[in-house]
Design a protein around this ligand. Structure first.
Ligand code: PLP
Length: 410
């Protein structure tokens, strides 16, 4: 049968394989343990000779259904899901890297990822932060011990777009694991496999779940990286098919040993939310484009950061790679407008730290999520004190524009 479209896949993947009791949604299985009538089968599951479930920390039918859905949406080979996006990133890096290895990372990162990579530095993994909007900076940072290049598609809050395609070619040339955080774009706007990513992160908490009611994260192996050339795979995980080595080690070392399992109830919320990913993102991105254009023309706004604006430094790259330019934008207000007064004057837009919710959320980034990193690192990331990040939701466009207009006229 012809390969199905994105939405059909999202909607019907729960029923693939054997439908349980004919139900449309994959049932929520809260059981931690799995019972076997034949103890030999249990042993075979442990020895990877038979597919099956051993213990809830490692897998569960509800969680596996979500993982398979993410694999299909990303057009990858295999996915492991975690309790949060941070757990997905951290567990993956911890399972693949060893002391003395080196990561080249974009300097423009989600604040907690920045913090996490700095922790890895303390543990003896080197990290170089570079401006990844130009592949030359990534190339210049590669060393003999470099194992991984880490980038986000659209970085938050300044919306830089990494040099995704050229970095993919570079990683291929140097046999590096190309690790792309696709949270801001989601597989509806962009599939990192198209730029030769090896591993794709999604914070399922954001657009894929979409409703701000469940935390989750995933890592998808695209199948492009040849793990037989990766030094750090343990012999135990070298099965007959090298394509599976990386994801097996992530599952065993990253998920089983560190234990940041996704709860089955959260997997259910995320899976239901993902049914409408494309509809929500189309609307949120259209709203974001309209708001970016409105803010750009407004005298109380000094700067607007949104890849959908023609003056954005990576506008051409964003429009050629992404279906839409995302639903995150940041603004810098003129000196006469205090960012807290502005946020407090908004009636529809909620002051909140999340993003990827259906509701439009605003946050003064320098004073909140980027506070801990200090003024120097903030300046290097282009985060001004007056910057407000807006995560645009799916409200009616006119209502959002009217809300911003009244709040800017205070
Ligand atoms: C939110 C986010 C994460 C972390 O996800 P959590 O589920 O909150 O842990 C990672 N990367 C990006 C780009 C994010 O926006």
């Amino acid at each position: 049968m012809k390969k199905k479209g994105f939405n059909t896949t999202a909607l019907h993947s729960d029923r693939e394989g054997k439908p349980e009791h004919g139900v449309l949604h994959k049932p929520v299985h809260p059981s931690v343990a799995f019972a076997y009538e034949d103890a030999r089968e249990l042993a075979e599951v442990f020895q990877n000779k038979r597919k099956g479930y051993a213990y809830g920390r490692q897998n569960n039918p509800t969680i596996e259904a979500l993982a398979q859905k993410v694999t299909k949406l990303e057009e990858g080979l295999s996915t492991v899901v975690f309790g949060t996006g941070m757990a997905a990133i951290g567990s993956t890096l911890l399972s693949l890297l060893r002391q003395g290895d080196h990561i080249v990372s974009s300097a423009f990162l989600f604040g907690n990822t920045n913090s996490q990579l700095n922790t890895f530095k303390e543990l003896g993994i080197e990290v170089s932060f570079v401006d990844a909007t130009d592949v030359k900076n990534v190339e210049a940072a590669i060393q003999g011990n470099t194992k991984v290049v880490f980038v986000e598609t659209i970085a938050n809050p300044v919306t830089q777009v990494a040099d995704l395609e050229a970095i993919g070619d570079l990683c291929e040339k140097h046999n590096l694991v190309y690790f792309v955080d696709n949270t801001m774009t989601s597989p509806w706007l962009f599939k990192p496999v198209q730029v030769k990513a090896s591993l794709v992160i999604n914070a399922l908490t954001k657009y894929i779940g979409g409703h701000g009611n469940a935390l989750g994260g995933s890592v998808t192996d695209t199948g492009l990286y040849d793990w037989s050339g990766f030094d750090n795979i343990y012999d135990n995980y070298k099965g007959s098919d090298p394509a599976q080595w990386g994801i097996t080690q992530i599952r065993k070392k990253g998920l089983r040993d560190f234990g940041a399992a996704l709860a089955p109830e959260a997997a259910h919320h995320i899976s239901v939310g993902s049914d409408t990913l494309s509809l929500r993102m189309d609307k949120a991105c259209a709203n974001a484009q309209a708001i970016a254009e409105f803010c750009e023309a407004h005298p109380k706004v000094r700067k607007v950061f949104y890849p959908g604006l023609a003056n954005h430094p990576q506008h051409d790259r964003a429009t050629s790679l992404f279906r839409h330019c995302g639903a995150i934008l940041s603004i810098e207000l003129v000196d006469s407008v205090d960012c807290f007064d502005f946020l407090n004057a908004l009636e529809i837009v909620v002051s909140s730290s999340n993003l990827g919710d259906n509701r439009t959320l605003g946050i003064p980034v320098a004073h909140t999520i980027y506070w801990e990193m200090g003024p120097e690192r903030r300046a290097s990331m282009g985060v001004a004190d007056s910057m407000v990040r807006l995560s645009i939701g799916i409200e009616d466009t006119e209502d959002l524009l009217a809300d911003l207009e009244q709040a800017l006229s205070i």
